[in-house]
Design a protein around this ligand. Structure first.
Ligand code: PMP
Length: 370
């Protein structure tokens, strides 16, 4: 059986070693005679899985003691609502607009508080991260999208927000390189790109932001549903209701795999090598070109275009590229409709061989179509 190199923006590739381990344990998990899929989340066999997953997140991300690690549902999209629902107090938040996903977060937050969009790269077609050195004001929090999956930009230097909690959507870059958790109030990420199959959302939250009757910020309004209070999940170890057990189990295996590779330093080095190799190729190519400014380039999502100016002809070539790439096992390279062209998502699980194979394919495509 031939596996393909899947360049999808998400859900995406999982490490082969993880899939093999899951397959080996699928029918009979460690002598229990059951699959993890079939197990009670409160069973003796399951408890160590979720506990180990949390311990590994803490270890690999160096999560300080005063933070909680939660496994929630509803995707990153539900965090667009949960964050303002749980943090609105003064009634105002600062957002940086870096594309579609921050736009969605802004739209949702507006239902609960006043949103100040303090910077935006819209005028540049979102092809860079705006310069924001400092955020100040009477804000409940400031929100950024750490890696922008569609346009392929990423923050390299975080804004200084002083006492204002900095909240980030790290869906498409979580655990791809070292990140200083202590700089954030909340980090959230849908798992289906770098961590696990879809269904679980990782939330790392500073404990003073988890509101209840005893918290410094005071309790939440009665109207906030129980399931949408961070407090509910923090108090119950993400077991208030049935968690996405199997996705958490796979996340635990992925975290084991990252640890074995040498942690975030090691994976960051590999990711810089993979992305560097690909950007270098795009830079020197006379046929393809990257779309993002040098200082804002994502290590995970790399959109690119051909140099063909005629729109119709370019669209035809793009289509041909995607079809021919798929025929040789390089799949899901079509660009997002908002950017056009092509996009290679090279998350943690994409082996360096996959990137090399793509570059070889592109060299040939360039020769045959230039
Ligand atoms: N934020 C970012 C940066 C994303 O890439 C995505 C999904 N592509 C989302 C949020 C939405 O995530 P979910 O589908 O988990 O709600």
């Amino acid at each position: 059986m031939n596996r393909v190199y899947n360049f999808s923006a998400g859900p995406s590739m999982l490490p082969e070693a993880v899939l093999e381990k899951a397959a080996a344990e699928l029918l009979n998990y460690q002598g229990t005679g059951q699959s993890v899929m079939e197990m009670s989340h409160r069973s003796k066999a399951y408890k160590p899985i979720i506990e180990k997953a949390e311990a590994l997140v803490r270890e690999l991300m160096n999560v300080p003691e005063n933070y909680s690690v939660l496994f929630l549902q509803g995707g990153a999209s539900l965090q667009f609502a949960m964050v303002p629902m749980n943090l609105a107090k003064k009634g105002k938040a600062a957002f940086v607009d870096t594309g579609v996903w921050s736009g969605k977060a802004i739209q949702e937050a507006k239902k609960y508080l006043t949103v100040d969009v303090i910077a935006s790269s819209k005028a540049d077609g979102y092809n860079r991260i705006p310069k924001v050195e400092k955020i100040s004001g009477d804000y409940d929090y400031a929100h950024i999208t750490l890696n922008n999956t569609i346009v392929g930009t990423a923050w390299k230097t975080l804004p200084n927000t002083g006492d204002i909690p900095l909240i980030c959507d790290a869906s498409s870059c979580i655990l791809s390189e070292p990140l200083d958790v202590s700089k954030f109030g909340i980090i959230y990420a849908g798992a289906q790109k770098n961590l696990a199959p879809a269904g679980v959302t990782l939330v790392i939250i500073r404990n003073d932001l988890i509101r209840n009757a005893d918290s410094p910020l005071g309790d939440l309004p009665e109207s906030v549903p129980t399931m949408l209070r961070y407090d509910t999940h923090a108090k119950q170890g993400s077991m208030y209701n049935t968690p996405p057990c199997y996705s958490i189990y796979i996340m635990k295996l992925v975290l084991d795999w990252i640890k074995e590779l040498g942690g975030t330093e090691a994976i960051g080095k590999i990711n810089r090598e993979k992305a560097g190799m690909f950007y270098d190729y795009l830079e020197q190519s006379a046929f393809f070109k990257p779309t993002v400014e040098q200082d804002s380039r994502s290590l995970m999502n790399i959109p690119f275009l051909t140099v063909i100016k005629d729109e119709e002809k370019a669209a035809e070539i793009n289509k041909k590229f995607v079809v021919e790439a798929e025929a040789v096992g390089l799949v899901n390279l079509a660009g997002h409709r908002l950017v056009g062209g092509m996009r290679a998502s090279v998350y943690n699980a994409m082996p360096i061989e996959g990137v090399k194979a793509l570059i070889e394919f592109m060299k040939n495509f360039e020769k045959n179509n230039a």
